[in-house]
Design a protein around this ligand. Structure first.
Ligand code: 5GP
Ligand code: ZN
Length: 136
């Protein structure tokens, strides 16, 4: 994909602090980390979101994420990390090449990934489940 920054990193056209690479996936440090050590795990094949990713790339990407999470924990982490994937503009996706964020967590870090909780009224929860199930 022309003009895709992560495709350019995959192709070696722009530099990145790489931590992992195999035939389907690369991982490098996020240039503006939520915490130091924040890695991006990126399928080499361009897809915009999770939904477009094929099964092989999905499996390779989540397996790589696990490998890197372990390395993060062993190197300077403590076994705590968040996995985040932003899909689509409203979800905060800025780089339109599917990727997983792997963010190490530390005692008293200032990162907040918690959300406030809404409530379903009456049968609403069942209606939501019925609607989603129809499209599975
Ligand atoms: P998104 O909001 O799309 O899920 O996250 C994109 C992430 O990519 C951001 O956290 C941002 O800091 C990171 N990023 C954007 N451009 C570059 C770049 O050129 N190099 C690296 N290493 N990270 C980048
Ligand atoms: Zn791309």
């Amino acid at each position: 994909m022309e003009d895709c920054i992560f495709c350019k990193i995959v192709d070696g056209k722009i530099p990145a602090a790489r931590v992992y690479e195999d035939d389907k996936v690369i991982s490098f440090l996020d240039i503006m980390p939520a915490n130091k050590g924040h890695c991006l795990v990126v399928p080499k094949k361009h897809s915009q979101t999770l939904i477009e990713m094929n099964e092989d790339d999905l499996v390779a990407t989540i397996n790589a994420a696990k490998k890197i999470a372990r390395a993060l924990s062993l190197s300077f982490g403590n076994g705590s990390f968040n996995i985040v994937m932003n899909n689509g503009k409203e979800a905060g996706q800025v780089v339109n090449h599917a990727h997983i964020h792997l963010i190490p967590r530390f005692q008293k870090d200032r990162l907040r990934i918690k959300w406030s909780h809404l409530k379903y009224e009456g049968d609403e929860i069942k209606e939501y489940a019925d609607k989603i199930r129809k499209f599975i």
